[in-house]
Design a protein around this ligand. Structure first.
Ligand SMILES: *Cc1c(COP(=O)(O)O)cnc(C)c1O
Length: 401
């Protein structure tokens, strides 16, 4: 963001921005313009949505919702999937299912989309911001372990932050841009401290680590089907779990906590109207049929980016690490520290050329409403958030020109 009175930008190397634009053009088969991530409806979407309209089942009840949940469970290997109106609602319900109560702290990375911190706030809890590492752009388990051994004490009520006196209720980790966090270490860390682990796998549908789908390592996982995700329902989300009691609780909470009582309306707690409508689920069922195709093409695009960015040594292209199979939701470049000052110029050049390159999110601890939340040392976060650029990543960009 530039204002007339802002300090002048550091001298830029016009060559770098130009070479990055050239690399995007080469990787995308010379596309004249490219959005960050566009949906594609080339399967049975029209047919399934029409079935909803023809039968009148457009709202919170209907066969596509149940079918979407079954197919999500099958696609991810989770025992249960509960569909919701969006990913943020799924995070909110997952936090409550994990036992988060008002006044608790939830450990989550500051380098994050706004949903995790907001969902924590909806639950009456306080985000406690955690450091990330460059290798995964996700929680640094070693740093978190050192932080917890410094600040956390066990008392009768559970784990407590002795600086604030508040209970620490859960770890809410993020799999950034479809790549796995160091999730096995986080599972171990969470178990050691007796904390439930929730995975924000909103960006990671179809991504696996050692064959296991992201979002199925912790007690609860969350997916999103927003319009810019790998698979879209227009708006939508889901909670994944292997735990039958948690699945039942998630379904109950997200469907207004209504209990069976014939035609009477009886609710046994304050629930949420978070059920995914049938119309959206119909779209989702058709999109899921295309998931493997979407990911195959996105992986071709990622390989083309890797080839094109060989010529740009000032930049590291983020690639999957050993054992991971990523959906490459977004292709991400990291400007090396010496080139970080040129990020704004890179964004401007790419967007002027028609390519919707985007910076990463403003870290949560810099936002007005979260500035006073507890946090650990965030030096890596502060550095990384100024070096990340996300590149156009729609599946169709891999198709022959
Ligand atoms: C998309 C996304 C969500 C959920 O977003 P909704 O728009 O509410 O579905 C949550 N976390 C991350 C990291 C996301 O990218």
């Amino acid at each position: 963001m530039r204002t007339p009175h802002a300090a002048p930008l550091p001298a830029t190397d016009a060559g770098l921005a130009v070479r990055i634009v050239d690399a995007i053009r080469a990787a995308t088969n010379g596309a004249a313009r490219a959005a960050l991530h566009e949906p594609e409806f080339a399967g049975r979407e029209w047919d399934y949505v029409q079935q909803c309209l023809d039968t009148g089942w457009v709202s919170s009840v209907g066969s596509f919702v149940d079918r979407f949940e079954r197919e999500l469970a099958a696609a991810t290997g989770a025992r249960f999937a509960i569909a919701t109106v969006n990913g943020t609602a799924a995070l909110h319900a997952a936090l409550i299912c994990a036992g988060i109560r008002p006044g608790d702290e939830v450990l989550l990375p500051s380098l994050n989309f706004i949903a995790a911190a907001n969902a924590t706030s909806y639950a009456g809890a306080i985000p406690h911001f955690v450091e990330v590492e460059e290798a995964t752009l996700a929680i640094d388990p070693g740093a978190l372990m050192a932080h917890l051994s410094d600040i956390a004490v066990n008392d009768a009520g559970g784990l407590v932050n002795r600086r604030t006196g508040r209970r620490i209720g859960a770890i809410l980790c993020l799999h950034a841009f479809g790549h796995p966090a160091r999730i096995e270490a986080l599972v171990e860390l969470a178990a050691r401290y007796g904390l439930p682990l929730i995975e924000d796998a909103a960006e990671a549908l179809g991504s696996r680590l050692h064959g296991k789908h992201l979002g199925t390592f912790g007690q609860l996982g969350v997916l999103s089907f927003n319009g810019n995700k790998v698979v879209t329902t227009g708006g939508g989300g889901a909670i994944l779990t292997d735990d039958e009691a948690l699945a039942r609780r998630a379904k109950h909470l997200t469907t207004t906590a209504r209990v069976p009582a014939g035609w009477h309306f009886v609710h046994d707690e304050i629930g949420f109207n978070y059920r995914l409508p049938n119309l959206n689920a119909a779209l989702g069922c058709a999109q899921l049929e295309r998931l493997d195709d979407f990911i195959a093409r996105k992986r071709v695009l990622a390989a083309r980016y890797a080839e094109a960015f060989v010529k740009v040594p000032e930049v590291t292209l983020f690639t999957e690490r050993p054992g991971a199979r990523s959906n490459y939701w977004l292709n991400t470049i990291l400007l090396k520290p010496a080139a970080a000052a040129q990020r704004e110029a890179v964004l401007e050049a790419a967007n002027a050329a028609g390519y919707a390159a985007r910076p990463v999110w403003t870290p949560m601890h810099e936002l007005a409403m979260y500035r006073d939340c507890p946090h650990m040392g965030l030096a890596a976060t502060d550095g990384l958030c100024r070096r990340i650029v996300n590149l156009p990543s729609s599946p169709k960009l891999a198709d022959a020109a």
